[in-house]
Ligand binder design. Structure first.
Ligand code: OXD
Length: 323
């Protein structure tokens, strides 16, 4: 294994002990070398065997706080392979010598579908219509006419694989795109984040898809929101803390901006949080990536990574310092 690993135990060095979070995952890994032993760790309180021999760990999807504590009990750990695209909960916690890999690519279609759904649901007024349906109220004069997606200017903040998947799915809807990333890539039409003050006033829809890092935490602040035009929609499928919640509540409360949020800060959102009550805010409980096809796709990646690991080949999706 190129990363070298820490404290590899001589007696078990031929065996690659792997912990995965789903029993059903075993059948989804594909064929593995005979020296790979796969065990299921679904509940961190019930370890399947001695943690000392674990060399490759796949933590539960979107788990954080309580399971990262297990890292201290895995002295032979060489790889942490996440099932999530976001690695923010793990970047500073995985010990030196172990390699952290994310699930880039696994969530592109599901997250992009959520973004398209959220934009269309908002523009076509579905939340208000669902509220009217619950009241058995035809409410035509209240809900129509709605807005439409055709002709809108969509700014995608985060030009990685999910951002590109969103762009591909929105292309037939006759929208204009602006892609923004940490650094500008003029050759492929990507603007730098420093250009946002100039770009935001021209965006009807702003889609957040950036990873949560020191640079992106609180990026969507009062000034960012103030730069968005009246009536614009902010879509957050990234991480809650990318947006300052108080600033968002303040703008949404006036009715000037709208939001569709799959992620919030805090998360889960407490029952008494003001975001619940704003009619121009569409909330979903961090489900953009949670689709039935997730596990087959995710374990296909895990299986491929395991075969690379055993063969001593470089792993894919390694989370680097530049994350
Ligand atoms: C992810 C997510 O990071 O679904 O994969 O939030």
């Amino acid at each position: 294994m190129p990363s070298g690993g820490r404290g590899r135990l001589p007696l078990s060095s031929a065996i690659v002990k792997v912990w995965i979070p789903h029993e059903t995952g075993r059948d989804l890994l594909g064929e593995l070398p005979t020296d790979v032993v796969v065990e299921c760790l679904a509940d961190p309180a019930r370890l399947p065997s001695d943690p000392a021999g674990v060399r490759f760990w796949v933590p539960p999807f979107l788990s954080a706080g309580d399971v990262t504590g297990l890292l201290d009990r895995l002295p032979a750990l060489e790889v942490v392979q996440l099932l999530s695209a976001g690695a923010d909960a793990w970047v500073d916690r995985v010990p030196a010598g172990a390699t952290l890999c994310d699930a880039r690519g696994v969530h592109d279609s599901a997250t992009a579908e959520w973004v398209v759904t959220a934009i269309l649901a908002h523009l076509r007024g579905f939340p208000a219509m669902a509220r009217a349906q619950a009241r058995r109220d035809w409410a035509y004069d209240e809900v129509a006419p709605t807005d439409e997606l055709a002709g809108k200017r969509v700014l995608i903040l985060g030009a990685g694989s999910i951002g590109r998947a969103v762009q591909a799915r929105l292309t037939p809807f006759e929208v204009d795109f602006t892609l923004v990333a940490r650094t500008a890539r003029p050759g492929v039409g990507v603007h730098g984040v420093d250009e946002l003050p100039r770009l935001l006033p021209d965006a009807d829809v702003v889609v957040l898809l950036v990873p949560l890092t020191d640079r992106t935490r609180g990026l969507v602040d009062e000034a960012f929101l103030a730069a968005m035009p009246d009536g614009a929609l902010l879509v957050n499928a990234a991480r809650g803390p990318v947006a300052r919640t108080e600033a968002l509540v303040a703008e949404a409360r006036t009715g000037r901006l709208h939001a569709a949020l799959d992620v919030t800060d805090p998360e889960p959102l407490p029952a008494d949080h003001p975001l619940w009550e704003l009619p121009n805010v569409l909330l979903t409980p961090h489900v953009a990536g949670s689709v039935r096809g997730l596990l087959p796709r995710a374990y296909r990646l895990v299986g491929a990574q395991l075969r690379r690991f055993v063969a001593g080949e470089p792993l894919e999706n390694v989370v680097t310092d530049g994350y």
